[in-house]
Design a protein around this ligand. Structure first.
Ligand code: SF4
Length: 259
């Protein structure tokens, strides 16, 4: 593995890779020289709870990209759900489960994605004098998710927005270049999923989601993974998408989940 060093006065370019449509397209466009400069690497923050399809896609990406993909993790979000262990230090779980009173507070993106990514960037030498250009795969149709980095040693950049590319443009670009479309990347039990995404899980991943859904109701409050506030195994997932359902990662995502 190459050893990177930011302390040379050179700006490093690093991709935040979620292995979804937008960040994968961004990485592949960089590989084609359509976004410059060539990044030093991409980093994937692994909750250890992504669908099989995402891990398979990631393995394929590793064979295609001319730069390495580093994986970082804060541990298994799935194991910690069952252990009722939170990394945020709150008494409620890190995942914002759905309840009659609305969704819980979302801590998983910060704890399992943003902080491990930032730790890796620090390890690679990022400092406030030589901040890293960190590429976030937010597309033009989701521009409201754009937020500055939380720390001075990271400068967020949004290359898809610079090119005014929407998610649809990304899919068109992938098709034009004969690349398969990435699966939607999000934890198998993620409560932001719409019906199409629940349906897209393979049988094994769906069984994990059902088990998690049943488990969280053994904790203190009545909570669910599905927006209908019903046990996942009882929901009619064939129903048409409800209004707004595809706009899953709203204002809180920070461009780290689902991309
Ligand atoms: S995909 Fe969903 S459950 Fe997983 S870290 Fe992101 S918001 Fe949390």
């Amino acid at each position: 593995m190459p050893v990177f060093n930011c302390a040379k006065g050179l700006t490093m370019n690093i991709i935040s890779l979620g292995a979804g449509v937008q960040s994968s397209t961004m990485a592949l466009m960089a590989a084609h020289g359509e976004i410059t400069p060539m990044p030093e690497c991409a980093i994937f923050a692994d909750t250890q709870a992504e669908p099989h399809a995402t891990y398979d896609y990631l393995k394929w990406l590793e064979t295609i990209l001319p730069f390495p993909i580093y994986k970082v993790t804060a541990g298994s979000l799935l194991d910690n759900i069952y252990a009722n262990k939170t990394l945020s230090g709150h008494e409620y779980q890190d995942v914002p489960w759905r309840t009659q009173g609305g969704m819980g507070k979302r801590q998983c993106t910060t704890q399992y994605k943003i902080l491990p990514l930032y730790r890796k960037l620090r390890e690679m030498g990022a400092n406030h004098k030589d901040p890293i250009d960190f590429w976030i795969g937010i597309s033009a149709d989701e521009a409201d998710r754009m937020k500055p980095a939380r720390v001075k040693y990271v400068k967020n950049r949004w290359p898809l927005l610079e090119k005014n590319l929407t998610r649809l443009h990304c899919l068109e670009w992938l098709t034009k270049n004969n690349y398969a479309h990435p699966p939607k990347s999000s934890c198998v039990f993620c409560p932001y999923k719409g019906n199409a995404e629940w349906r897209a899980l393979d049988a094994e991943d769906f069984a994990v989601a059902v088990k998690v859904d049943n488990f969280i109701r053994t904790l203190s409050v009545e909570q669910f993974v599905h927006r209908d506030l019903k046990p996942l195994q009882d929901v009619d997932l064939r129903s048409a998408e409800q209004a707004g359902q595809m706009a899953m990662f709203g204002e809180e995502c920070e461009g780290m989940c689902g991309l």
